[in-house]
Design a protein. Sequence first.
Length: 177
Amino acid sequence: MKRMAPTGLYRVLIPVSVLYALMAGAWIAGLRYNTTPSWPMGFYLLEALDGDPDPQSLVFACPPDTHRFREAYRRRYIGAGPCPGGYTPILKMVIAGAGTEVKVGTGVSVDGTVLRNSTVFAADGQGRYLTAWVGGRVPNNHYLLMSDHFAGSFDSRYFGPLHRKQIIGNARPLLTW
C-alpha cells in the first residue's frame, strides 16, 4: 500500500520557511523595525559607521550590561535582543560628544542650550522612581544619545553618555509612520 504525502503540512511548512528565510535575510541586510515611541515607528536601515558618529545623526547602540539597563529591561523600557546582556539595540540621536558640558536639571542643556523634549521626570508613567544622570563633561570616546521626538524616552538623561564601542551603526529611516 502506498503512503500519500502530507500535502497539508507542506502547504504550511513551505510558506513559513520562506517567510523565516526572508526575515533572516532582511536582518542580515540591516533592516530593523522600531516599535518604541522614541522615534517614529517603522523600518530603519542599520548602516556601517566609519569613524565617529556625526552630531545629530540617528544611530543604533547596544546598551551596556549595567544596573540601569538591567532595571530598564525589567521595566520593559528596552526589549530582549542580540546585544551583550541580551538587550535589543536602542535607536537614539547623537546629541553631544567628548568634551561637551551637559547640565541635567528639570531638562537637559548642552553647552548652555536647553534641548527640546528633554524634561527629566522623577517617575515613569507607572509611578516608578527614575534616577537622572548627574550631568557633567562628556568623557573621551563617549556620546550623549537622546530623543528629541518623545519627552518620555529612556535615554542619556537617565543612563548618561555611552562609549563609542556601544554605537553599532547609523540608522536611516526607510518607512515610518
